[in-house]
Design a protein around this ligand. Structure first.
Ligand code: A3P
Length: 323
């Protein structure tokens, strides 16, 4: 971050230090409770900065999600769809040489206004809950694409991800991340980065019902099952529908194939590349694990699964949303 960014972040120190804290997942990394959601201070600083200074343009599109629900995939799809007139998916697309997350600026990083790796597009990404988005995003009528996922798979994905992040930021400390049983208890209490999960999902779900022209709501499982229909819907929503010629040439299928888990995870950049996060280098491959639906069964007992399902059912009851 530039000097001015660092100086302006100082002013959030007091606001953040006054918030309730919990050392749940990683002993030396407390989560802070802000407007009903648990955030790590690093992301919270960026969120507050965005709250106070981010000026959305009406044409900006936000790709939003809780953690580990398929944002890498959704970003790749959105980016490929939105830039297909500019780049050839077989050769020149930046996604062949750049981690998808690096192609789209992330709102909570204080550096969001500096150029990302890729070309400038109107796409942004955020893990912020709907009620924590900067006001100008809502006021400007920006479009939002949201993705959520079965909470059991989301939890299992998260539990695998955290030690990998810790390993790069605090090598040797990854064993201090909680056990799967402890992590599961925390998740069931809503205590994890950007949690509670149900409130995150509900916020965007309700908003998508109230403003369907502005908020497109996806489930990872639907994206897996009905990929073509979802991709066409995405293109329509992004106001760049596939033309008849493109349909004939198989442009939809080409994008889907390129953005598939198998294809993306086998690109050299995503296998062996690294990207900068703060003062650290993070391996790109931590964003690609299995990409399967139902992998939770390999890690959680049927009872644990049922317990989380029951919690979700209770929290989402009456909303019309089920998993
Ligand atoms: P698993 O850990 O279950 O494999 P996010 O991208 O929001 O961090 O979510 C991560 C999950 O999406 C991981 O799930 C990851 O493997 C999966 N994923 C990454 N790229 C994908 C792709 N192209 N298609 C489907 N799933 C993908």
């Amino acid at each position: 971050a530039s000097k001015t960014t660092m100086e302006s972040l100082e002013k959030y120190k007091d606001e953040i230090s006054g918030l309730p804290r919990d050392n749940g997942w990683i002993p030396w990394q407390p989560l802070c409770l802000y407007k009903g959601f648990w955030l790590y201070p690093y992301f919270l600083q960026g969120s507050l900065q965005a709250r106070d200074h981010f000026e959305a343009q009406p044409s900006d599109v936000f790709i939003c999600s809780s953690m580990k629900t398929g944002s890498t995939w959704l970003k790749s799809l959105c980016f490929s769809i939105a830039t297909r007139a500019q780049f050839d998916i077989d050769s020149t697309t930046p996604l062949r040489t750049t981690l998808p997350h690096e192609c789209i600026p992330f709102l909570e990083y204080c550096e969001y206004y500096t150029a990302p790796q890729g070309p400038k597009t109107s796409l942004f990404a955020s893990h912020l809950p709907y009620t924590c988005l900067p006001k100008s995003i809502i006021d400007s009528g920006c479009k939002i694409v949201y993705i959520c996922r079965d909470p059991k798979d989301t939890f299992v994905s998260l539990w695998h991800f955290l030690p990998k992040i810790v390993a790069t930021m605090a090598p040797g400390q990854e064993d201090l991340v909680v056990s799967i049983e402890e992590g599961f208890e925390l998740f069931c209490k809503g205590l994890f980065s950007y949690g509670p999960y149900w409130d995150h999902v509900l916020g965007y779900w309700k908003a998508s019902l109230e403003r369907p022209d502005k908020i497109l709501f996806f489930k990872y499982e639907d994206l897996k099952k009905k990929t073509e229909a979802c991709v066409r819907k995405l293109a329509d929503f992004l106001e760049c529908p596939f033309s008849i010629d493109e349909e004939k040439e198989g442009a939809v299928q080409k994008i889907i194939k390129f953005c598939s888990f198998e294809s993306l995870s086998n690109l050299e950049v995503n296998k062996t590349g690294k990207h900068v996060r703060g003062d650290d280098f993070v391996e790109n491959n931590i964003f690609f694990r299995k990409g399967k639906v139902g992998d939770w069964r390999n890690y959680l007992s049927a009872e644990m699964g049922e317990r989380l399902d029951n919690i979700m059912e209770e929290k989402l009851s009456g909303s019309g949303l089920t998993f």
